[in-house]
Design a protein around this ligand. Structure first.
Ligand code: ZN
Length: 327
């Protein structure tokens, strides 16, 4: 039997496309960390997004991975933005325990170099939907997007919907390589911590979140718990490069942050880029349409449906698509 209390050095071996759950019990903090390589690159490269759109969708993918990987059973977590900016739609769909797919809609003509996340998205909302299967109620949390980052929106979501003190960090970048292989690859990473003290009054938060106020500003009406303050200041030292770096293991990063308090890690949960579409599912969707709508889809003697997530094309004869033939 494994010794539950064993202490070991952090593994130096980086693990891509996996979520590493952890706990810092001295600070009443639980969290998850992910480093994403091939799975992220596969989704973003498949669509050949412009770099700005790829980076933004990548951040949404990292966020969804952090949130969706906490679901049990065959739950589904869907993150969706709908906004009036050049990137009008982001959808990331996570099917527990490990399947991830995503796509973005954007207007190429409105994209300009150097746009911030807020400028790319514009104004609108972010919806996070948790679906735990047909016997469970569906939960949806909505937050307004008003020019901030996805991290800001996630903080807002946890403050309003779950009321658990939470911090999130997301980073996505392109790795450029020489040689004969692919010239560039997308990489990303992110981490989330939550303050879960046994005494619930310790987790009470101020009504207005201080957001990006400089350190030392006193905007709170309820002072943060000392342990949570310490956790947040450690968390604030994480740099984007540490989340993206293919050679820095998640365990090493956690050790750098929390070694004075001791951090316990749990087994990695692997993640894969994998679409859930199928010919049967598309046929089922066609069957649910009105007969006239099905008939309108016939072009050149066939019905072709393309999956927006993975770009797979499904071709049906009018008979297979259930189109009623005129006598
Ligand atoms: Zn698909």
């Amino acid at each position: 039997m494994a010794d539950q209390s064993s202490v070991r050095a952090p593994s130096a071996v980086p693990v891509d496309d996996a979520v590493l759950p952890f706990e810092v019990s001295a600070l009443d903090v639980r969290g998850r960390l992910t480093k994403m390589g091939p799975a992220l690159d596969d989704i973003l490269t498949r669509h050949d997004y412009p770099p700005q759109v790829g980076k933004l969708l990548g951040e949404a993918i990292v966020l969804t991975t952090l949130l969706g990987s906490s679901l049990k059973f065959n739950g589904r977590f869907i993150l969706q933005t709908q906004t009036n900016g050049p990137v009008s739609l982001l959808i990331v769909d996570f099917v527990a325990p490990d399947r991830l797919r995503a796509y973005a809609r954007f207007d190429k003509l409105r994209l300009q170099p150097g746009m911030t996340t807020g400028e790319l998205l514009g104004h609108g909302h972010l919806a996070m939907t948790i679906d735990q299967g047909p016997d469970m109620s569906r939960y949806q949390g909505l937050v307004a997007l008003q020019g901030g980052t996805l991290e800001d929106a996630a903080h807002e979501y946890f403050l309003r919907s779950e009321q658990i003190p939470t911090r999130v960090r997301l980073a996505v970048g392109e790795e450029f390589r020489g040689g004969d292989g692919p010239k560039h690859r997308w990489r990303g990473g992110g981490t989330l911590i939550q303050f879960l003290p046994k005494a619930p009054e310790r987790a009470k938060q101020a009504d207005l979140h201080p957001g990006d106020a400089p350190e030392g500003s006193e905007l709170h009406t309820v002072p943060d718990d000392d342990a949570w303050t310490e956790s947040q200041s450690l968390f604030a030292t994480i740099e984007d490069v540490e989340l993206i770096d293919p050679d820095l293991s998640g365990e090493r990063l956690l050790f750098r942050l929390f070694h004075e308090r001791g951090v316990r890690v749990f087994p990695n949960q692997p993640i894969q880029a994998s679409c859930t579409c199928s010919r049967e599912a598309v046929a089922g969707m066609l069957a649910s349409f009105e007969p006239q709508d099905r008939a309108d889809m016939v072009e050149n003697g066939k019905v072709v449906v393309t999956c927006e997530f993975c770009s797979s094309s499904y071709e049906f004869t009018p008979e297979e698509a259930g189109v009623e033939q005129d006598a």
